[in-house]
Design a protein around this ligand. Structure first.
Ligand code: AMP
Length: 279
């Protein structure tokens, strides 16, 4: 695996691979099986895979969250080597933001609902870093987890506007045995909370079962009360949205499928998850 820390190193490495199809997997490190599923898909579909590890300050809306975010670069490098990643780009903040990035992206309001409502500016920060990576790496395909469903939709918009040559691939959520969506933030959970966190996905599955027979408001209330009944767990939001445009749905009309998105605090750790429901 070639490890690049600067843009010069990255350019040199990529120019030596000219003509090969590139897959790109952006991450913030503290790697787990969810990240590796993206790498595996990239390895299957392209000639060389570039993984980035960068904890992007621009997308954090809370300085403690940034400070506490798990950082395990030494372990991550070993994991990527073991999984035959070809290129790791692991830049510093000054490499990615040599000057302040004051761009704003217009996502037509996509970025102000759901996660964006509770983390204002988050998706602007995501778009800043992903657009920089896309411009530098020029991948043929880029891989994103459907666990961060809103992010996936927003990146598809970004690609539609600015990076039409990049195929954005959404990959299924990888879960722990108890159903908890894998996440770097899970490392911050108390062990009791980790064990109990299956309550989130269990209730998303319940929402999916009830959707044809119970009103959405009632499902939201039921799911919230079940999760809130678990010690240390508090639902921040739960919404049913249109899969394509993320519009919040209060009554099912002609949709073929919807996504139920949820954010939950387990103690101080914020977890997000979703389930796609076919009607
Ligand atoms: P992160 O390091 O959390 O920014 O995630 C990097 C990429 O991995 C994003 O595209 C995430 O959506 C994806 N990802 C994170 N967790 C999972 C998971 N449990 N299953 C599939 N993809 C994931």
């Amino acid at each position: 695996m070639i490890i690049c820390k600067t843009i010069e190193e990255l350019n040199q490495c990529l120019s030596s691979q000219a003509g090969k199809r590139k897959g790109f997997v952006p991450t913030m490190g503290a790697l787990h099986q969810g990240h590796l599923s993206l790498l595996q898909r990239s390895k299957k579909e392209t000639d060389i895979s570039v993984v980035s590890i960068f904890v992007n300050p621009a997308q954090f809306t809370n300085s403690d969250d940034l400070k506490n975010y798990p950082k395990t670069p030494g372990i991550d490098i070993k994991i990527l080597e073991k999984h035959f990643c070809e290129v790791l780009f692991i830049p510093s903040e000054s490499v990615m933001y040599p000057v302040p990035d004051n761009r704003t992206f217009n996502f037509g309001g996509f970025d102000n609902i759901l996660e964006g409502r509770f983390r204002p500016g988050h998706f602007q920060g995501v778009a800043k870093i992903v657009s920089k990576f896309f411009g530098l790496i020029k991948p043929d395909k880029a891989y994103f987890g459907l666990k961060d469903y809103q992010q996936y939709i927003i990146i598809k918009e970004l690609a539609k506007d600015y990076f039409q040559n990049i195929d954005i691939i959404g990959c299924p959520t990888v879960r722990e045995d108890n159903g908890l969506a894998m996440s770097s933030r899970n490392k911050l959970l108390a062990s009791e909370d980790f064990n109990n966190a299956g309550v989130i996905y269990r209730n998303l599955c319940k929402a999916s079962q009830l959707i044809n027979s119970v009103q959405l408001d009632k499902i939201k209330a039921l799911v919230s009360s079940e999760i809130n009944a678990e010690k240390n767990f508090t639902v921040e939001y739960i919404e049913f949205v249109n899969n394509d445009n993320l519009n919040i749905i209060s009554t099912i009309t002609c949709e073929k499928s919807v996504t139920c998105c949820i954010a939950v605090y387990a103690g101080k750790v914020r977890l997000i998850d979703n389930i796609q429901i076919f009607l």
